[in-house]
Design a protein around this ligand. Structure first.
Ligand code: PLP
Length: 233
């Protein structure tokens, strides 16, 4: 199968899952995860209709973004963000899915001001399993991060994101998706997302259908579109 065919298949699967969850294809955004892949492949993806790319590392994303530009696609930072990279993130990315601390929220906001960026959409990444080696905020820290965002000048909280532990059996991952949805609902009731409904960025190649059934509005898919990565990160 070539890229276009794999993408068509993914599109069909997203649509089927969306319908099963009482929604339509348009209710779900697809972020194509392009870490480790070269710019030529991203060019092909753009031709095949992709408009959103997810990258994990600023350093790796930088040359791709300068080659492909900002006008035809949206760039999503989905990997861990450190304070000292916040300015580059503000300069390069359209959306940040991986905000996980008050300190980084404040730094991003300061950098937005300095870079004259009016608005930066962010999602708070939540580590629901308490996996120490993973990025993401503990659930108990999320309220403080949400407050820091609401007090900020430029950050706009658009939703929550999670990377659950890997299970061979996708049914085991379902409770994590449910928990993120519950958390989103709670913050929504508090008005944390303003007038919009908060996004749920959850679901990867092996579990995106389950994520959609549990309410995902953004799925981040790499392998199922582009094939196995040679250097897994
Ligand atoms: C790599 C990655 C993905 C995509 O994973 P696949 O299994 O290749 O679909 C999604 N989200 C994050 C945060 C990632 O690091």
């Amino acid at each position: 199968m070539n890229l276009r065919e794999r993408l068509e298949l993914i599109e069909e699967r997203i649509e089927t899952a969306a319908k099963k969850s009482g929604r339509t294809r348009n209710d779900i955004s697809l972020v194509a995860v392009t870490k480790t892949h070269p710019p030529q492949l991203l060019q092909q993806a753009i031709k095949a209709g992709i408009a959103d790319f997810g990258e994990n590392r600023i350093q790796e994303a930088e040359p791709k973004i300068s080659e492909l530009g900002r006008s035809n696609v949206r760039w999503h930072l989905i990997g861990h963000l450190q304070s000292n990279k916040a300015r580059r993130a503000v300069q390069l990315f359209d959306v940040i899915h991986s905000l996980d601390s008050v300190a980084v929220a404040r730094r991003l906001d300061r950098n937005c001001k300095e870079e004259s960026r009016e608005e930066l959409p962010v999602l708070v990444q939540v580590d629901l399993a308490g996996e120490a080696n993973k990025s993401g905020a503990n659930e108990s820290d999320v309220p403080d991060i949400v407050s820091a965002i609401s007090e900020s000048r430029s950050l706009v909280l658009t939703g929550l994101m999670t990377v659950p532990p890997f299970f061979d059996d996708v049914e085991e991952v379902r409770p994590y998706f449910k928990r993120l949805r519950d958390l989103r609902d709670r913050f929504q009731e508090q008005g944390a997302f303003g007038s919009r409904s908060g996004d749920l960025s959850m679901g990867m190649s092996h579990d995106f259908e389950t994520a959609i059934l549990e309410g995902a509005t953004i799925v981040r898919i790499g392998t199922a579109i582009f094939g196995e990565r040679e250097m897994p990160i």
